[in-house]
Structure formats: structure tokens, C-alpha cells
Design a protein around this ligand. Structure first.
Ligand SMILES: *Cc1c(COP(=O)(O)O)cnc(C)c1O
Length: 395
């Protein structure tokens, strides 16, 4: 039974929203240890151990800064450490999360230039290239891209964004939000020349909410020396100074760090390439189920399909929130809601984090039953299509 549950529901709740995700028992057990003195000798060893291996998950040999904060805090840290008031930032409205980040940039007195999309694909690389080519005076201080847009299930091609920036010979920084892709979808901070990678604990990292991250390049650290936005709690410099000996300048989320230590170990034991392949496979099985139901995936460009989640469009006149409510009541499963312009139009299936074939089959089974219960027009056979694919029997 869940800790806070108003009516007894036997078995495990299916938490199939695209974050927070299911936390593995091994991580929960690691967190269930006494909180220690964060200035004592053992803490320094733990901190050094975590900081020594965390970069592998980001694909970096550089520094990764850990904040006791949700992902939104790491967004602010990334902007505040590298910009001055009035700086132009180039952003791409891939969906709801990109929009929230743009609103934050405005509140921080930056000047976002927003490239629109139809919320059915990733960042428009051609439009980014065009904006950079026009910016001969190099007013654009940074290009900010959400790698996996969690509101739409579309993944942007960061390698292509990097190539466009290189082709334009533009000196802007590249900031990437990987809050819902890190440790689920292939990502390479160093190889793709990313300056700040923003991440959070509660999605692919299989932890509860409460930690967030900035992986930083040497160029980003240099920018932090001259950037003029006010910052205190988020300042990278005291963090890095304390981290050099495994400590933090203020109280870290100690028990979440126990969990992080366990989660990194689990990811490296499985092998990151295997973790990514597992997510790709579950995403493909999910899309086959959706197509067999006769429904449509929100992402319209197969090159941008997300391996972390799938957003599914409902036929006109049918309520996605109504469907989700039926599935929660009858089958004890939470699915993600539609955000912004997609409110009530889509539901989102999270298939990221600590997840396997049979959990996916249960998830799709709950949806197929719920579609019938809610009277949403569909064809049967979605679960069967997924089974055939997962078992290697698909034609
Ligand atoms: C979840 C999410 C956020 C917000 O993170 P919080 O931890 O809720 O602050 C931002 N961007 C993306 C892409 C997300 O998936």
C-alpha cells in the first residue's frame, strides 16, 4: 500500500507518468539509512565517490554540480551563471517545458528569441541555423534547447544543433535541458559540445524528486566569471570549491545522495548503451500498440520520436483527462496529462526509468481496457502488437 492512500488498493500502483518515475527498491533501501554529518569525514568520501562517477551518465569528463532542488532550479542556475541582464537567448518552442523555460528567461531579464514549432516535432534546426547566420554581430549569448520535450514526446537532435552552431561559426553557448532524457536517451555532453546540461533526479535517474544538476564545460565556467546576473544560492563557484574535497557549501540532500550513489551504480552495471536500447525498444512497442488501436502519436516526425515517453492524441470530441480518470479509478494507474495547448487532447505514457517488458505490458493492458471503459473509439489488438514485438514475433 502506498504511504498516502485514501482507499486501500492492493498491489503496486502503476506510476506511468513521465516523471517522477518508479523508484527501484535498491535505491529506496539506500536512502533508508541514517542521515550523516555533512561536514564529517565519511561525507567527504561519499561526495567524492559520487562526483567521481556522475559525469559518466552525462558523457562528460568535466564537472557536474548537484543542487538540492527540482529541475526548475537547475534551469535557473544554468541561465544565472552564464548571462547578463538584457542578453539575447535563442530558444525553440517545442512544447510546454520550453515555454516555461522561456518565461523564466524573461523574468530573469533576458531577451528570448523564440522559434515556434507545431508541438509535433523537435527543435527546428534549420531555423536555428538561419537565426545564427543572421546574427553577424553575435548578440545571441546562448542557444537553449529542451532535449526531450516531455509535453509532446518529441526529442530534439542536439548533435544537429551543435553542427548548425559550428557551421555558423557562432560563439553562443549551448544549454540543453535533459531533465526527462538523461539516463534514458543517448546523450553526450562533451562529444556534442554542450556548455551546460540541465538534469533532474526524478525521471531517468530513478530517484525521487529533489536533486538537480548542471554539467558545465570549460567555456561555461569562463562565461560565469564575467556574467552579471545576480546569483547566490545557484553560484557554481562556491559549489566547485567545496566539491573539490567532496563537500558542499550548504547542506546537501544527504539521503537523496545515498540514492544517487545507488542509481549511478545500477545504470553503470546495466551499461548505458543497454539502458538506451531498453528505452528505444519499449518506445517502439508502445508506438506499435498505439497504431494498432488506430490512435495517433503526437510526435509527427519519426526522427524525433521520444524513447522516454509517448504522447497519444485522442479522437476529436473525446477527453484525455476523462480517460485518465477512468484508468486511475479502475486500474490504479497514473498516466501523464496534456499540458498547455494539449490539455485534455493527449495523454502521455511514461516508459522511462526502472521499467521492464512486463511492466510495459501491464501499462498497455490498462490503457486498452480503459479505452473501452471510457468509450473512446479504437481497435483492439494494441497489447497484442506490443507482445509480438517484445517477444520478437512481430512480422
Ligand atoms: C520535468 C521537467 C521539467 C521541470 O522539472 P521540475 O523538476 O518539475 O522542476 C523541466 N523540463 C523538462 C523537459 C521536464 O521534463
Amino acid at each position: 500500500m502506498a504511504y498516502y492512500e485514501t482507499t486501500r488498493a492492493p498491489g503496486r500502483h502503476f506510476l506511468q507518468i513521465p516523471g517522477p518515475t518508479n523508484v527501484p527498491d535498491r535505491v529506496l533501501r539506500a536512502m533508508d539509512n541514517p542521515t550523516m554529518d555533512h561536514r564529517g569525514p565519511d561525507f567527504g568520501r561519499l561526495g567524492a565517490q559520487i562526483l567521481g562517477k556522475l559525469g559518466q551518465v552525462f558523457g562528460t569528463e568535466g564537472h557536474v554540480i548537484i543542487y538540492p532542488a527540482s529541475g526548475t532550479g537547475a534551469w535557473e542556475a544554468a541561465l544565472a551563471n552564464t548571462h547578463s541582464p538584457g542578453d539575447t537567448v535563442l530558444m525553440c518552442r517545442t512544447g510546454w517545458f520550453a515555454t516555461l523555460w522561456q518565461e523564466m528567461a524573461e523574468r530573469l531579464q533576458l531577451k528570448p528569441v523564440f522559434i515556434e514549432t507545431d508541438w509535433r516535432r523537435g527543435a527546428d534546426v534549420a531555423a536555428i541555423a538561419e537565426a545564427l547566420a543572421k546574427d553577424t554581430g553575435h548578440a545571441i549569448r546562448s542557444v537553449c534547447v529542451v532535449h526531450n520535450e516531455t509535453s509532446t514526446g518529441c526529442t530534439s537532435r542536439i548533435d544537429e544543433v551543435r553542427a548548425a552552431m559550428d557551421a555558423a561559426k557562432h560563439p553562443a553557448l549551448l544549454l540543453v535541458d535533459t531533465i526527462s532524457s538523461l539516463a534514458s536517451i543517448d546523450y553526450r555532453h562533451d562529444a556534442w559540445g554542450v556548455d551546460v546540461t540541465i538534469a533532474g533526479s526524478q525521471k531517468g535517474l530513478m530517484l525521487p524528486p529533489g536533486l538537480s544538476f548542471n554539467a558545465v564545460s570549460a567555456k561555461a565556467l569562463a562565461a560565469a566569471e564575467t556574467a552579471k546576473l545576480p546569483r547566490s544560492y545557484w553560484d557554481w563557484r562556491p559549489m566547485l570549491a567545496a566539491n573539490a574535497t567532496g563537500y558542499f557549501p550548504y547542506t546537501p540532500g544527504t539521503n537523496l545522495l545515498y540514492g544517487l550513489d545507488a542509481a549511478i551504480t545500477m545504470l553503470l552495471e546495466e551499461g548505458l548503451a543497454n539502458v538506451f536500447a531498453r528505452h528505444d525498444r519499449h518506445a517502439e512497442a508502445t508506438r506499435r500498440a498505439v497504431r494498432a488501436w488506430g490512435l495517433e502519436v503526437q510526435c509527427a516526425d519519426p526522427r524525433h520520436y521520444s524513447s522516454a515517453l509517448t504522447a497519444v492524441r485522442l479522437p476529436d470530441g473525446h477527453s484525455a483527462d476523462g480517460l485518465r480518470a477512468v484508468i486511475l479509478a479502475k486500474y490504479n494507474m497514473s498516466l501523464g496529462n496534456g499540458l498547455g495547448v494539449l490539455k485534455d487532447r493527449v495523454f502521455r505514457i511514461g516508459h522511462l526509468g526502472d521499467f521492464n517488458d512486463l511492466q510495459l505490458v501491464g501499462t498497455l493492458g490498462g490503457i486498452e481496457m480503459g479505452l473501452g471503459n471510457a468509450g473512446v473509439p479504437h481497435k483492439k489488438g494494441g497489447v497484442q502488437a506490443a507482445l509480438d514485438f517484445l517477444a520478437g514475433n512481430a512480422g
